[in-house]
Design a protein around this ligand. Structure first.
Ligand SMILES: Nc1nc2c(ncn2[C@@H]2O[C@H](COP(=O)(O)OP(=O)(O)OP(=O)(O)O)[C@@H](O)[C@H]2O)c(=O)[nH]1
Ligand SMILES: [Mg+2]
Length: 314
């Protein structure tokens, strides 16, 4: 087995459950030859919705698929999977992915936001580890001054990674901790400053207002900051993830999503739904609790996990 295959297998491991669910169900639907066209479309729709693709996007996929296929008298399962793959791709790339923003003239500030328990703090550590391996100088900011123990949690990760963590006091204004973080980063030639924030529900107006303030103050310290504001989204939250993405985006100008706990969900369809509805690209996925359990999101690999078995279809 060549290096690429090994790497690919490791990568596909992150989507193992998506493959088990969406991929296998699609294969089952497409290979079930006894059904008529209407039954097939209905089953396809149900399968897509069950995989968290959401009603609106599932309907779009079915419409596109129907349009493409209506000129064919008979379709082999392999062709159906091919058409579906192409439809997924068309929908995903309708809004082109923007690259991650890196600041050429100073520290790049990444603000991690999301609801409680989505994986923000541990993802800060995984990202830091990732950028350290790329020889970047990284520091963390513990701007979750709200939850008891949150600062210590990030400080522990920083200690493990042997990097600086800028922290505040309990209940200190998180914006003031961010200002300290930005100043430290400028004074110490930090390349990447990763800022953890407190978990907040997207419908809590005052907490969302606090996020807006945080974005504003870092912009006054470092030009263009925050260069990246990423919503950390638990892949298991299903359709609520869409509402999180939409509401956080209204307040903070998100430019990416990190999808966590992909190792625990079979519903990877949310990726297509988020991209279709919000235009936000998935930057990374996390697939476990270890520092190395973070992967770049690669659409081709993702698609391969869903329809990669099509060569075995008849
Ligand atoms: N299995 C698995 N667990 C994860 C993953 N990412 C995070 N977790 C776990 O999810 C739990 C919550 O993670 P945190 O990083 O503390 O989440 P948070 O968003 O900072 O939480 P709050 O600060 O309370 O809002 C922890 O037990 C993590 O180890 C993942 O990719 N896979
Ligand atoms: Mg946290």
């Amino acid at each position: 087995m060549g290096f690429f295959n090994k790497d690919k297998n490791k990568y596909l491991h992150g989507f193992a459950k998506t493959n088990d669910s969406l991929g296998k169900k699609l294969k089952f639907v497409t290979e079930n030859k006894k059904q008529n066209k209407e039954d097939f479309m209905e089953q396809l729709m149900v399968t897509l919705i069950e995989a968290d693709i959401g009603y609106k996007t599932s309907e779009l996929i079915c419409d596109r698929f129907f349009e493409t296929c209506q000129n064919y008298y008979y379709l082999f399962a392999k062709d159906i999977m091919n058409f579906l793959g192409q439809t997924f791709r068309d929908i995903y790339f309708e809004k082109p992915d923007q690259d991650i923003v890196f600041n050429e003239n100073g520290p790049t500030v990444i603000l991690m936001v999301g609801v409680n328990g989505s994986g923000k703090t541990s993802t800060c550590a995984k990202l830091a580890n990732r950028y350290l391996k790329e020889d970047k100088k990284v520091a963390l900011v513990a701007a979750d001054t709200f939850r008891a123990g949150a600062t210590e949690q990030l400080e522990k990760w920083a200690e493990r990674l042997n990097i600086k963590c800028i922290s505040g006091n309990p209940n200190e204004d998180p914006s003031s901790v961010l200002v300290k973080g930005c100043r430290y980063a400028k004074d110490n030639d930090i390349d990447i400053l990763i800022c953890d924030t407190a978990g907040r529900l997207q419908n809590k107006v005052n907490l969302m207002g606090e996020l807006e303030k945080m974005s504003r103050v870092v912009g006054k310290e470092i030009e263009g900051a925050p260069h990246n504001t990423w919503l950390v989204l638990d892949a298991n939250t299903g359709q609520n993830g869409l509402s999180q993405a939409e509401l956080f985006n209204e307040i903070t100008n998100l430019n990416g999503i990190i999808l966590t706990k992909m190792d625990g969900t079979s519903k990877g369809g949310i990726i297509i739904a988020i991209k279709n509805i919000t235009g936000l690209p998935v930057r990374y996925i996390t697939v476990g609790e270890q520092l190395d359990d973070i992967q770049d999101f690669d659409f081709d690999m993702y698609l391969d996990s869903i329809i990669g078995d099509l060569k075995h279809a008849s």
